[in-house]
Design a binder for this molecule. Structure first.
Ligand code: ATP
Length: 236
């Protein structure tokens, strides 16, 4: 079966010549949850940004659902939802308009039933007419996910969705991710937390200094490596 995401020898150098991605290879099957673990500066955001077309790869190739992200950008991007690390929401906008507008940006026709489904899925339906500024941090994160799902993508990237949030909110996020998987959404998330990867991922990748050091089934990785060893690797 064709992977939903296929990354071949992806490299990214920034203008100063710094090589942030040093030849990443990764295939992801539809329906999987992959957690990419890595310390600050490992290249996690650069990887996601390059796949999503926010930055341009120096070389290599990425396909999403068989669509090349350069040659066939629109088709590939239509299949991708992106939840960025920072909360980039308009504070005075209503929840429902935020999601509605995002859907429009992807050229999808208005579909109030789809909007309702997405907002209900994230327990935001009762808050649909609230302004973003009135929401708690946890609810704002839910809106970010709803916005990313507005055009009904099959592949969702979550860039450090629980960075700086408390334990309660972290668990809340894990439940959302599991529910999305049940709905058939493929998820790639980045994290610093090994317990997060362990709690929700099917496979875990370890990324450091622009290299994907390993990608392995969670159970076999946990059995093979003690948590201590992984912690050492992540803090290197
Ligand atoms: P974090 O966990 O802190 O978000 P990360 O794993 O997401 O880190 P990136 O943000 O992808 O890491 O950064 C990877 C490397 O690329 C870092 O050394 C960073 O300083 C560098 N980098 C990122 N963006 C740029 C840029 N626009 N120009 C030059 N270097 C950059």
């Amino acid at each position: 079966m064709q992977p939903i995401l296929d990354i071949s020898d992806l490299r990214k150098s920034y203008g100063d010549g710094f090589e942030a991605l040093k030849g990443i290879n990764l295939q992801i099957e539809a329906g999987e949850i992959i957690a990419l673990l890595g310390p600050n500066g490992a290249g996690k955001t650069t990887l996601i940004s390059t796949i999503c077309g926010i930055t341009t790869a120096t070389s290599g190739a990425v396909t999403v659902g068989g669509h090349d992200t350069i040659r066939d950008y629109r088709a590939a991007r239509a299949m991708i939802g992106l939840v960025p690390q920072e909360i980039n929401l308009e504070p005075f906008e209503k929840v429902i308009n935020t999601v509605r507008f995002s859907r429009g940006l992807f050229g999808k026709s208005p579909d109030e039933a789809a909007l309702e489904r997405i907002l209900r899925q994230l327990s935001l339906w009762d808050k649909r007419d609230s302004q973003i500024r009135a929401l708690s941090g946890g609810m704002k994160r839910r809106v970010l996910i709803a916005k990313a799902l507005s055009h009904e993508p099959r592949l969702l990237f979550l860039d450090e969705p629980t960075a700086g949030v408390d334990v309660e909110l972290r668990k809340d996020m894990w439940e959302i991710v599991s529910a999305l998987k049940e709905d058939g959404v493929t998820i790639v998330l980045t994290t610093h937390y090994i317990e997060e990867a362990e709690a929700i991922a099917d496979r875990i990748g370890v990324i450091a200094k622009g290299e994907l050091l390993l990608v392995e089934d969670k159970a076999s990785l946990m059995a093979r490596m003690g948590q201590k060893q992984l912690d050492v690797q992540l803090s290197a």
